[in-house]
Design a protein around this ligand. Structure first.
Ligand code: ZN
Length: 243
């Protein structure tokens, strides 16, 4: 029998979600974010890029503006008002100290107990290769959770007044092929649908399917796949790394 997904920890107050692109959180995790905010938690979003290379029919300068607006609107649907962009280059984000430093700085600014990121592994599952940006940002987020607490790594952050933060207790990786934990998707599902629908320019360029049908079908499929290991309840699954 396949191992069951455990409920996500609930004894925390602040989460910081760190992902590469506008829409990364809306392809699943937003349903969990909505229910965390219902429960009185604070959640902020940090995006490494503005997703400027994500729309084939739109030049990057314009796409950056459109996608930033869409990301802020989609965050607002689930109750998130803090949305930051780090302006790494979409499609060619480099994993390394510069990225880790920016993410460690964000963690020190927001002082979360829980860091959320997107799949850092090579694939999303059999035959589904992951993108370089997701891998770079996911790995750097896992690393930065520790970097943020070490005052001797990135000493220039201290000069900027960012004190070490050792309070990250978990990093939870959404869309990992090695999920261990889950959140009931039911309460946040309708907001998750509307949240992903806010990425309208992106979705219109992606598919000829009616946007609401496309979004609902995707989120229903994703949350039902996790349900098989979560007592039959549609769920948002995470691979949890305790620290
Ligand atoms: Zn992405």
């Amino acid at each position: 029998m396949t191992e069951q997904l455990q409920p996500m920890p609930e004894d925390w107050q602040r989460a910081l979600a760190i992902v590469a692109h506008p829409d990364d959180l809306e392809y699943g995790a937003a349903a969990a974010v909505a229910s965390w905010i219902d429960g009185g938690r604070e959640v902020a979003y940090v995006l490494a890029t503005r997703g400027e290379a994500g729309i084939a029919t739109m030049d990057p300068a314009r796409a950056a503006r459109v996608r930033e607006r869409e990301q802020r609107a989609s965050a607002a649907v689930v109750g998130v008002s803090a949305v930051e962009f780090l302006d790494h280059p979409d499609g060619v984000i480099e994993y390394g100290p510069a990225l880790r430093r920016d993410l460690a700085a964000a963690i020190r600014r927001h002082r979360p107990e829980l860091v959320i990121t997107l799949n850092h592994r090579d694939t999303f599952g059999p035959t589904a290769w992951n993108t370089p940006d997701h891998k770079a940002v996911g790995r750097a987020a896992l690393d930065a959770a520790a970097d943020a607490g070490n005052r001797w790594i990135f000493p220039d952050l201290l000069e900027e007044g960012l004190q070490p933060w050792e309070g990250v207790r978990w990093v939870a990786v959404a869309a990992s092929p090695q999920a261990t934990h889950a959140v009931d998707a039911g309460p946040g599902m309708e907001r998750a649908v509307r949240s992903l629908l806010e990425h309208r320019a992106y979705i219109d360029a992606l598919t000829d399917t009616d946007p609401e049908t496309y979004v609902r079908d995707f989120l229903t499929w994703a949350t039902r796949s996790a349900a098989e290991r979560f007592g039959g309840r549609p769920a948002v699954a995470f691979e949890l790394f305790p620290r």
